[in-house]
Design a protein around this ligand. Structure first.
Ligand SMILES: Nc1nc2c(ncn2[C@@H]2O[C@H](COP(=O)(O)OP(=O)(O)OP(=O)(O)O)[C@@H](O)[C@H]2O)c(=O)[nH]1
Ligand SMILES: [Mg+2]
Length: 218
């Protein structure tokens, strides 16, 4: 008869949760830079327009549980999206809408991105956040925080203004994605499909602002 020690050592390792988060918005708003900042901890030297979708992953730890955050960095350009679109929206746990605070058109496009999600059956139950990127660009015409906040409120999502570029906002980008992961963890159990990995683990930082979002000081 096998001992209990032998039995337990032959069991597969416990599996960790994966959170699939899609990042969408117009071309050039900084989706690739934001996801790279979160996963690699720095601003990329250079980026090219994303074709189809890129994946970035990071293992985080919340309340002692290792969770794989899988960011789907989607193409903003229509011609690079066409064939892939239906794959983005499968089994999505959360949505990050991004606009460029110095580009009003990218803000005006948000209803179309929201509509695309609706058409792909992503209901209001899927957590979503709004991110205004490129806060470091001072002096440029910018989408007002008040207008953006009203839009976010009307769609029941928190607004975050940040910069993927400014080193001072490094934690800020991390905090945004950690906030999403924290929200997902507090929901019902999700997909379990991969063994835990020991790399890329970061501790949870709790949001500190009272509106459920953040604004940068620039
Ligand atoms: N100043 C500043 N520039 C940024 C920031 N984030 C991205 N950029 C720049 O904006 C340009 C576009 O960034 P990407 O991250 O490639 O944009 P994208 O949204 O992924 O674009 P697509 O892949 O075409 O959809 C690049 O030149 C970046 O260097 C930021 O926070 N501040
Ligand atoms: Mg990109």
């Amino acid at each position: 008869m096998e001992s209990s020690v032998e039995l337990s050592s032959s069991l597969p390792p416990p599996r960790s949760r994966i959170f699939k988060i899609i990042v969408i918005g117009d071309s050039g708003v900084g989706k690739t830079c934001l996801t790279y900042r979160f996963c690699a901890g720095k601003f990329p030297d250079k980026t090219e327009a994303t074709i189809g979708v890129d994946f970035r992953e990071k293992v985080i730890e919340i309340d002692g549980e290792k969770i794989k955050v899988q960011l789907w960095d989607t193409a903003g350009q229509e011609r690079f999206r066409k064939s892939m679109v239906q794959h983005y929206y499968r089994n999505v746990h959360a949505i990050v809408f991004v606009y460029d605070i110095t580009n009003a058109v990218s803000f005006q496009s948000l209803p179309a991105w929201i509509e695309e999600c609706r058409q792909h059956s992503l209901g209001q139950d899927v957590p979503r956040i709004l991110v205004g990127n490129k806060c470091d660009l001072r002096g440029a015409a910018r989408v007002s925080t008040d207008v953006a906040q009203k839009f976010a409120d009307s769609h029941s999502m928190p607004l975050f203004e940040t910069s993927a570029k400014s080193p001072g906002d490094n934690d800020h980008v991390e905090a945004i994605f950690m906030t999403v992961a924290h929200k997902l963890k507090s929901q019902k159990p999700l997909a379990l499909s991969q063994p835990p990995s020991g790399d890329g683990t970061v501790p949870l930082k709790k949001p500190t602002e009272d509106r459920g979002g953040y604004s940068c000081s620039c």
